[in-house]
Design a protein around this ligand. Structure first.
Ligand code: PLP
Length: 387
């Protein structure tokens, strides 16, 4: 028998399997039957903003060759991202420290490989975005889970970090986080970033849900730490999942290492998508209208789900997810989500994807879908749960 590598043992990103099941269920429905309510997927239903798509069309019509770009991306896009840090956070981030990547997903292996060695421990809150742990494990690094709950808004605290013995080599923060949608205050983020810097712990701050906060102030680790790695993307606020463009803000010591890794692993992010991404910064009106829809969806669900039987919801500050404790209904979130899809026509992601220990009693509900579908969800759920 031939050997397979460590990476061959990577567990699935379960939500992708739920998407396949929901697609199959939707395709099997008889004509005229009520459709499947898609609450499993963390993907805006809106598509790229018009101005972004038009910039790509214009460039293609003009016959631009769309070859490789520099490994770190188009200079103009890197400069536009740098300006975004000045405009949004009042932070000085030189374009030279920005690396354009193939989504945030493409940024993680670059950051992890440059910052950590096999065997290094990287701490993160649980529940967590599954690929953090799955990528680290595939690379031989060791995820160190910090069990979090509603008492700390599903975020790690300084006290939790100080208690770690031995101290980890890295920490991943996400604010707003996936799956709970909760945030760290700017003060808490700054305190953790400073502690990491002072204690030789490399902070990786996943800021992919910035732009989608419904009241809490957003802060970037790039403004408070010179050693932190910041990850961001055009997939969420900018509604451009399939264009596969993200970015890193890199500390000086990782710039050249990440550039060499990017040259070897990806060569560059897609050229046409970089042109579209740059134009997306000028589409604020459309993007803010999308955000207003998420906010209304969130309000409708927070008001309607408790009466339908889901009354233990994390108070999400941002992103477009609700983390629902279903412990009073089931202790098997995989079976519960499968039945909810088959019997109520609602697709949601079982919590085990995000927390292997405690996720059997949680579901993640995504509310970035269309408003009418989200408005229908509580009533459908009520009929199913309450009969
Ligand atoms: C927290 C978090 N980080 C990163 C990603 C990856 O995003 P992308 O590769 O589309 O930029 C996602 C996608 O859902 C996410 O939720």
């Amino acid at each position: 028998m031939l050997k397979t590598g460590r990476g061959a043992e990577a567990p699935p990103f379960l939500v992708m399997d739920v998407i396949t099941a929901a697609n199959a269920r939707a395709a099997a429905l008889p004509p005229g039957a009520p459709g499947v309510l898609r609450m499993e997927v963390g993907q805006p239903s809106t598509g790229a903003p018009r101005g972004a798509a038009e910039a790509a069309i214009r460039a293609l019509r003009a016959g631009a060759p769309m070859g490789y770009t520099e490994a770190f991306g188009l200079r103009s896009l890197r400069e536009r991202i740098a300006r975004h840090y000045a405009d949004k956070y009042g932070a000085v981030v030189p374009a030279g420290r920005i690396a354009v990547t193939v989504g945030a997903s493409g940024a993680f292996p670059l950051a992890f490989l440059a910052a950590f060695d096999p065997g290094d421990r990287v701490a993160m809150a649980a529940p967590f975005y599954p690929p953090y742990a799955n990528i680290l494990t595939a690379l031989g690094m060791v995820p160190q889970l910090l069990p979090c709950d509603a008492t700390t808004r599903f975020q790690p605290t300084l006290a939790m970090l100080e208690a770690l013995d031995p101290r980890p080599e890295g920490l991943i923060l996400a604010s707003p986080c996936n799956p709970a949608g909760t945030m760290l205050s700017p003060e808490a983020l700054a305190a953790i970033a400073r502690w990491c810097h002072a204690n030789g712990v490399r902070l990786v701050s996943d800021e992919i849900y910035h732009g989608l906060s419904y009241g809490m102030k957003e802060a970037t680790a790039a403004a408070v730490s010179e050693s932190a790695v910041v990850v961001n993307s055009f997939s969420k606020y900018f509604s451009m999942t399939g264009w596969r463009i993200g970015w890193l803000v890199l500390p000086e010591d990782l710039l050249r290492p990440v550039e060499c890794l990017a040259q070897n692993l990806f060569i560059s992010a897609p050229h046409v998508a970089q042109i579209a991404a740059e134009a997306a910064f000028d589409c604020a009106e459309e993007l803010e209208a999308n955000k207003a829809v998420y906010r209304r969806n969130r309000d409708v669900l927070l008001a309607g789900l408790p009466g339908a039987g889901l009354d233990r919801l994390a108070e999400a500050d941002g992103a477009f997810y609700l983390w629902a404790d279903i412990g009073h209904l089931s202790n098997d979130s995989v079976a519960f989500a499968a039945r909810m899809l088959a019997e109520a026509g609602i697709a949601a992601t079982p919590g085990v994807d995000f927390d292997r220990e405690r996720g059997h009693r949680f579901l993640r509900l995504s509310y970035c879908g269309a408003e009418p579908a989200m408005a229908e969800a509580p009533e459908r759920l009520r009929r199913w749960l309450r009969g």
